[in-house]
Design a protein around this ligand. Structure first.
Ligand code: CMC
Length: 483
């Protein structure tokens, strides 16, 4: 509409969206805050059940928001980490990851993540002292860990150890001490934070020592966080004064900074989800760590090496990429839910790789990795989907050069990520607004029906394709005859 002076009458911008429900004509205006709208606002959009509509759609009770895999649903507001996926930028509490990797160390970054500011000198010295003096693991817990098989996945050992640790800390368990214990007394919360960070390296080293069938090495509090981890893994019959190579301890420390947090990834969101029930933090860490070691998440570093080994040589790269494009293979270490640019961590890691190769020798698979990355970045399939190397593309090569066994790589990811888990756990409880995580679903299954007694049910021919119905093959014929 034009106004008298000929200037179009542009409505004054409002920080809202207007939604019209075309089923009913109802209009609602929803406030946009921090570029987000609350999903609960949509429950105002209710409609009578249409004649042919399923009652299970709950139409009269309000519209649902469907977002499988949380592609565009924020589950929290957070002050910890920010990613600009389009620019390939990552910062923790405002500090760019590149600056932290260059100038900070892992324990300082962990403090920053958890408490919101870089520590002062005295705060840092108390913090690191506390963590390094909470590295011992109870004798009884050690004997539980010792029972694990030598060929277990080290992540199974890590997860089991944290789950068991919950049983060794009844004083830290809200189920026993009261649900408000972490809200009323921050010193109990801080105690669990240093204990969990301290014990994470010890349990990780134990998982490794089981694998190589060697006794556990007691931790040392006079070493740095990553030095102590390498010490507990590697110390054999050398004198007590044995120290890991400082260049490798430094490289691992940088990798730990890069892995410490990454906002709402699969495992950290698990931490938040499980923590929302107010279960103890040891159980939360066990649950989050379980989410981490799948091949689509923190197990990708392991999967990258398996992939590069399978490719074998530079001349096989085109053939492999063809398989990826035909969706027969996945290019592990590429792609990310948030980044539409190169993951900034992968650029720093590439430099750490050279640091490690200087000490341990160049990892031969690096040539295949470079050729594969270069070819993928020139290929329309990957560029059009904005698939770039992520953190796991290079980290596996570093771990391989350092001589860690393949299945230990996710442990080297989860130990530092525990800092991020704890930062989110604390943020959630400190907010005073914790609410149990309980997503909704859209039910598309059978409608209401009545139970049919076994004798009256129709006989059915079943195949294993049904997924549920065929008598499983693992029942031996000898036993089957008795059923
Ligand atoms: N190789 C080949 N194609 C891929 C890849 C890949 N690595 N990643 C995504 N695509 C394709 C995918 O098939 C889809 O193609 P189309 O449009 O034809 O269906 C398109 O790219 C979009 O992918 P998406 O599956 O919608 O992406 P997502 O956000 O659901 O998945 C991801 C993210 C990380 C799980 C995925 O990229 C992936 O599986 N990457 C390999 C595993 C990996 O490296 N994981 C580590 C992630 S970074 C560290 C961490 O968070 O743990």
């Amino acid at each position: 509409m034009a106004v008298p002076n000929g200037i179009p009458n542009v409505p004054k911008p409002r920080n809202t969206i207007t939604v019209i429900d075309n089923r009913t004509g109802k209009t609602i205006e929803i406030t946009i805050k921090d570029n987000s709208v609350p999903a609960t606002a949509f429950t105002q959009l209710k409609a009578p059940l249409a004649a042919n509509e399923r009652p299970e759609n709950d139409t009269p009770y309000g519209l649902r928001i469907l977002d499988p895999a949380f592609v565009n649903t924020a589950m929290i507001t957070s002050s910890i980490t920010y990613i600009d996926g389009n620019k390939g930028f990552l910062m923790h509490r405002g500090y760019p990851i590149e600056q932290l990797a260059e100038k900070s160390n892992f324990l300082e970054t962990a403090y920053l993540l958890i408490y919101g500011e870089l520590p002062s000198k005295s705060q840092y010295s108390i913090w690191s002292w506390e963590i390094m003096n909470h590295t011992f693991v109870a004798e009884d817990l050690q004997s539980i860990i010792r029972q694990m098989r030598y060929d277990s996945h080290p992540m199974s050992v890590f997860i089991s150890a944290f789950a068991a640790m919950s049983a060794f800390a009844p004083e830290a368990n809200p189920a026993l001490q009261g649900q408000d214990m972490y809200i009323n007394d921050k010193s109990i919360m801080n105690k669990q934070i240093v204990r969990i960070l301290g014990k994470a390296t010890t349990v990780a080293a134990m998982a490794y020592r089981i694998r190589i069938n060697r006794p556990f090495t007691p931790p040392r509090s006079d070493l740095s966080y990553t030095e102590n981890l390498l010490y507990m893994m590697d110390h054999m019959s050398e004198p007590y004064s044995y120290r890991p190579d400082p260049r490798l301890a430094k490289a691992l420390d940088i990798l730990f900074i890069l892995h410490a947090d990454h906002e709402m990834n699969c495992s950290t969101s698990t931490m938040v989800h499980v923590g929302s029930s107010l279960v103890d933090p040891y159980s939360c860490v066990a649950a989050a760590s379980s989410a981490l070691y799948g091949p689509l998440h923190g197990g990708a570093n392991e999967a990258v090496i398996r992939m590069l080994t399978k490719i074998g040589s530079v001349d096989k790269v085109p053939e492999f990429l063809e398989g990826v494009k035909q969706k027969k293979e996945l290019l592990f270490g590429f792609g990310h839910r948030v980044y539409r640019e190169t993951d900034p961590r992968s650029k720093v890691i590439r430099e750490v790789a050279d640091m490690v190769f200087d000490v341990c020798g160049r990892e031969p698979l690096i040539e295949v990795a470079i050729a594969l990355k270069d070819a993928a970045l020139k290929d329309e399939y990957f560029t059009s989907r904005k698939l770039f190397p992520n953190v796991d593309y290079w980290s596996g090569l570093i771990y391989k050069a350092m001589g860690f066994p393949l299945d230990f790589y996710p442990v080297l990811f989860v130990v530092p990520r525990v800092a991020g888990y704890l930062a989110h756990w604390k943020q959630q409880l400190d907010s005073g607004k914790n609410k149990i995580s309980r997503p909704r679903q859209v039910y598309v299954g059978k409608g209401r029906r009545d139970y049919i007694p076994l004798d009256e049910r129709e006989e059915r021919t079943v195949t294993s394709k049904d997924g549920i119905t065929e008598i499983p093959h693992y029942i031996s014929k000898r036993r089957l005859a008795r059923i």
